[in-house]
Design a protein around this ligand. Structure first.
Ligand code: HSE
Length: 438
């Protein structure tokens, strides 16, 4: 058995600083769990300083050259925490080619180039730990790959972006406005360097892509996933959703539909009584339904320096144990053996069947509701309930909110186009999807 296993960290930003801090804080505990020394040898960061002001002992080298770390024969595991899809990809590819094992939190890279990266790791017989790439500290990757290896995942529903969940919670509970809540989330270190990745749903889209691929043993082309962020969710939507008994969450949804997969990421109305409705602030949760397991809910902090660091260091330790025991790569990187992983056939969003929440801003005049319900009826869309806000004396717009029964999205979109043409609505008709039976 190897007596010393060394790792290096590339990126001394928020998460990198967290990993170094956690390693230093917990070293005495970690030593009691390992029959070998786990050494943090080198940190690579252009500025040679921690973003969070973490002081390191002399025994840890800090370099501004990531390749120094990759080329060091003593380093067994490289932790990539730079993010992005260009430099990070080059680092990882170079490291893998040198036989280094990898730990990364880089969801963008894995969602968009996972096939290439995972394939390269398999070819080189190295492990890649990516627990921190989805839902921060929540051990969802390991749960699906290992704990549920004997089962079959059928559906996944995930609140997997801490920034968006924080913003929606602040809007719902305190009536805060979107920009103010986003600024707070940024200050707390939850948001991506470019927060549009959070609010436009790209970050959570990457995570649901990874979970879908892992759960169903399919290659998922990121471009095939329907993604809609939270920028168009208004305080009015939140208020009316609540009156109908729902909360709005940015939800990643992935369902096996025969040979096809329904995968989408968008603001979704869920019943207030569902356990996911109580997931607040920067917390994430992943609700998995398995063939044998039934419902499982995993909950925890999905963003932030220390929770994410915990997931990263857990992966480092797991790989270090395998290196020490000479048992690397016994669990397939993507859960399934590569030769059985084929391309997933992703359902187009217009083909999904869902209940919908429609918000129209209309003039409060006799006959308006009849015209709207006439169009919905013609398209065979059945109305479940309606609320219209009280009369606006100046003849201005009043919200009219309709909840439909299940219908195909294509039909709903066609109906809303016809309603828009009536010229009785102030804004473009808006709609959100409802997930009732999760
Ligand atoms: N920006 C991400 C979030 C960080 O808000 O969830 C974790 O991936």
């Amino acid at each position: 058995m190897k007596k010393k296993i060394s790792f290096g960290v590339i990126g001394f930003g928020t998460v990198g600083s967290g990993v170094v801090k956690l390693y230093l804080d917990n070293l005495d505990e970690i030593k009691k769990k390992l029959p070998f020394d786990l050494r943090l040898k080198t940190i690579a960061e252009k500025t040679k300083t921690s973003k969070e002001g973490i002081k390191t002992p002399r025994s840890i080298k800090i370099t501004d050259d990531a390749y120094e770390l990759i080329n060091d024969p003593e380093i067994d595991i490289v932790v990539e925490l730079v993010g992005g899809k260009t430099f990070a990809k080059d680092f990882i590819i170079s490291a893998v080619k040198k036989g280094k094992h990898i730990v990364t939190a880089n969801k963008a890279l894995l969602a968009e180039a996972g096939d290439e990266i995972f394939g390269l790791c398999e070819k080189n017989g190295v492990e890649i730990g990516y627990e921190a790439s989805v839902a921060g500290v929540i051990p969802i990757i390991r749960s699906i790959k290992e704990s549920l290896a004997g089962d079959r995942v059928e559906n996944i529903y995930g609140i997997i972006n801490g920034t968006c969940n924080y913003i929606l919670t602040k809007m719902t509970e305190e009536g805060k406005d979107f920009d103010e809540a986003l600024k707070e989330a940024q200050k707390k270190g939850y948001a991506e360097a470019d927060p549009t990745l959070d609010i436009e749903g790209i970050d959570a889209g990457h995570k649901i892509a990874i979970l879908t691929s892992l759960s169903f043993g399919k290659k998922v082309d990121f471009k095939d996933i329907y993604i809609e962020g939270i920028t168009k969710v208004t305080n009015i939507d939140i208020k009316f959703a609540s009156q109908f008994g729902y909360v709005i969450k940015l939800l990643g949804i992935s369902k096996k539909q025969g040979d096809r997969i329904e995968v989408r990421l968008h603001p979704t109305l869920i019943p207030k009584t569902h356990p996911l409705a109580s997931v607040r602030m920067e917390y994430n949760a992943v609700f998995v339904k398995g063939y044998a397991s039934g419902s499982i809910l995993l909950y925890g902090k999905g963003a932030g320096m220390m929770p994410t660091a915990s997931a990263v260091l857990g992966d480092v330790i797991s790989i270090a144990r395998n290196i020490a025991n000479e048992t690397v790569a016994t669990v397939p990187i993507r859960g399934y053996i590569s030769k059985f992983i084929d391309k997933g056939d992703i359902l187009n969003v217009t083909d999904i069947v869902s209940k919908y929440f429609i918000r129209l801003m209309v003039v409060d005049k006799p006959g308006i509701l009849a015209k709207i319900s006439g169009i919905l009826g013609k398209k065979n869309i059945s109305i479940a309930s309606v609320i219209q806000e009280g009369r606006n004396d100046e003849g201005g717009a009043v919200p009219l909110v309709i909840i439909t029964h299940e219908t195909q999205e294509k039909k709903l979109r066609d109906a809303l186009k016809e309603i828009e043409k009536l010229n009785i609505t102030f804004d473009k008709p808006a709609f959100l999807r409802i997930e009732e039976s999760l």
